[in-house]
Write a protein that binds this ligand. Structure first.
Ligand code: HEM
Length: 164
């Protein structure tokens, strides 16, 4: 056991009942981590499949139908990913808060969400004009490519947390 050192809020978080349970109950941390993994597999998997459609694959499938189906799952998956990630953060708040991979990961998540928001407010509004067979407009293709890059970065940073 090491004495927790770091910002006061992180020391406090680690000492909460939740933080202690996450560290001491043998199966709790791995169970929460599995929930995190299932969640981000669905989230990033759905985002990638949609992004590939924007980049021109499976053009016979309407973009609007794919959005209805996949993006609903991506949003639902956030309900698994965010609470499970928060629980793991609470368990090791002092280490995580100073971990550069964690900071980069949060920035990349924010960037991916902003990218998705901009896509919906801008090129997706006119999806009726390019729903099937036609190439998506350049801003939509750029949003798709950027989304793949950003989510890949988030996964890489998540995995790198253990190495910093
Ligand atoms: C939104 C999409 C997210 C993705 C794609 C993602 C991805 C990952 C990945 C790939 C891992 C490594 C899993 C493993 O090696 O077993 C991980 C672990 C972790 N994530 Fe996330 N994550 C996301 C969101 C979050 C959020 C919002 C938080 C916190 C607020 C968070 C906190 C953590 C923590 C603390 C770990 C544990 C690292 C460890 O125990 O070594 N994640 N995440």
């Amino acid at each position: 056991m090491h004495a927790a050192a770091g910002p006061a809020w992180a020391v406090w978080l680690e000492a909460t009942a939740v933080g202690i349970a996450m560290r001491q109950w043998l199966w709790l941390y791995p169970a929460v981590e599995i929930v995190h993994i299932v969640g981000f597999v669905v989230l990033v998997g759905a985002a990638f499949m949609f992004d590939l459609r924007l980049l021109g694959l499976a053009r016979a499938t309407p973009v609007s139908a794919l959005a209805d189906h996949l993006l609903r799952w991506a949003r639902l998956a956030l309900v698994l990913v965010v609470p499970s990630g928060t629980l793991m953060f609470v368990a090791h708040a002092t280490e995580m808060s100073s971990n550069p991979a964690f900071r980069v990961k949060l920035v990349l998540i924010a960037a991916a969400l902003v990218n998705a928001g901009l896509f919906h407010r801008w090129p997706f509004r006119a999806v009726g004009d390019w729903d099937t067979e036609l190439a998506a407009p350049l801003p939509a293709r750029l949003a798709g490519a950027l989304s793949i890059a950003l989510w890949t970065g988030v996964i890489a940073c998540g995995r790198l947390l253990a190495y910093f």
